[in-house]
Design a protein around this ligand. Structure first.
Ligand SMILES: CC(C)(COP(=O)(O)OP(=O)(O)OC[C@H]1O[C@@H](n2cnc3c(N)ncnc32)[C@H](O)[C@@H]1OP(=O)(O)O)[C@@H](O)C(=O)NCCC(=O)NCCS
Length: 316
């Protein structure tokens, strides 16, 4: 087992060109820009082209992360993709896929860092990529306005400098609440059939209000737990990168952690919820817009279907 730190060497992200605004959505379902903005903070989301699959988005983000890191693709010996929208049910998108919904990126980072720390791998590409537009019910106004497509990636390597990089991760799940957010059909429990397709069982089902309340409580706890584990207080965090699900959820967490909302990176207004891609896209945008400087402490915190959750601390 290596005692070297696992560090982020580069980041990249990619969002498809097509923008679907709230105004555009109001022509598909009975909704309005005002309603969506007031309840979620979302203004628009990106939608992948019909011939663009999750792996196409993932590759674009990965290329940008490699370019940023200065590392050649040939040096990468581990690829982990977090997604709930793989190109195919079989095979996986990378050789190694993680399906932990909106917490997927933190789960994938923890997995990749553990594999690097084992000494058996040296450089990893960790990607969160989603084409959620392919699993959204475009007739359900309660869910379709929330989600979007995109991808984010990081190159992770090992460093001899102590105290930097991924200084801790915490993963968890509340297994009893699966039906609050899930896709009922198309798996082994309910294989696809003409009847299941006609019912729309292949699409995301969500109990929005319950998910909202749990998201706030669980993300606050996941943030507090990891800070406590490392003897840190919320005020020592320079930037929080929360899963981008809903601006009201982010505002509530900021309030409970007693942190100014300016300490939270927010781009949910432009992308909606991109599930496993949300944190790596935000991380990349935060780095490129100089919201993260050397020596900073960043907290990642996520919550998603499962119900899964996770938090991570990074010292740059
Ligand atoms: C989805 C969400 C924005 C809905 O907001 P809400 O304040 O809980 O609203 P409700 O679900 O109580 O709906 C209130 C009313 O608005 C209606 N409504 C729902 N979606 C609507 C839309 N897009 N446009 C207009 N009206 C809508 C509902 O039908 C309901 O009408 P009714 O009272 O006549 O039945 C909110 O619950 C949410 O964000 N939940 C968390 C979702 C999430 O983050 N999921 C991913 C986690 S990783």
């Amino acid at each position: 087992m290596s005692t070297r730190s696992t560090v982020i060497l580069g980041t990249g992200s990619y969002a498809p060109d097509r923008i679907l605004t709230n105004e555009d959505l109001s022509k598909i379902v009975d909704t309005s820009d005002e309603w969506i903005r007031a309840r979620s903070g979302i203004r628009e989301r990106r939608i992948a082209a019909p011939d663009e699959a999750t792996s196409d988005l993932a590759i674009r983000a990965a290329q940008r992360a490699l370019e940023d890191s200065g590392i050649a693709a040939s040096e990468i010996d581990l690829v982990v993709v977090a997604t709930v929208t793989p190109d195919y049910p079989m095979p996986s998108t990378a050789c190694f896929d993680v399906n932990a919904a909106c917490s997927g990126f933190i789960y994938a980072m923890d997995t990749a860092c553990a594999m690097l720390s084992s000494g058996r791998y040296t450089k990893a590409l960790v990607i969160g990529a989603e084409k959620l537009s392919s699993i959204v019910d475009w007739q359900d106004r309660g869910t379709c306005m929330l989600f979007g497509d995109g991808a984010g990636a990081v190159v992770v390597g090992l460093s001899d400098t102590p105290g930097i990089g991924m200084i801790g991760t915490k993963l968890g799940a509340l297994g009893e609440d699966t039906d609050l957010l899930y896709i009922p059909g198309g798996g082994s429990r309910l294989p696809s059939s003409a009847e299941s397709i006609a019912r729309g069982d292949q699409f995301i089902k969500m109990k929005g209000k319950e998910v909202f309340k749990l998201a706030v409580r669980i993300m606050e706890e996941a943030a507090r737990d990891i800070l406590e584990q490392h003897g840190l207080s919320a005020h020592q965090i320079d930037l929080v990168i929360p899963h981008q699900a809903n601006l009201r959820i982010i505002d509530a967490i900021a309030q409970y952690l007693e942190l100014p909302v300016e300490r939270f990176f927010v781009n949910v207004d432009r992308y909606g919820n991109t599930s496993a891609a949300s944190i790596p896209i935000a991380l990349d945008e935060a780095r490129r817009s100089a919201r993260i400087k050397q020596g900073d402490l960043t907290l990642l915190v996520a919550f998603g279907a499962g119900l899964t959750y996770g938090s991570a601390l990074i010292r740059w």
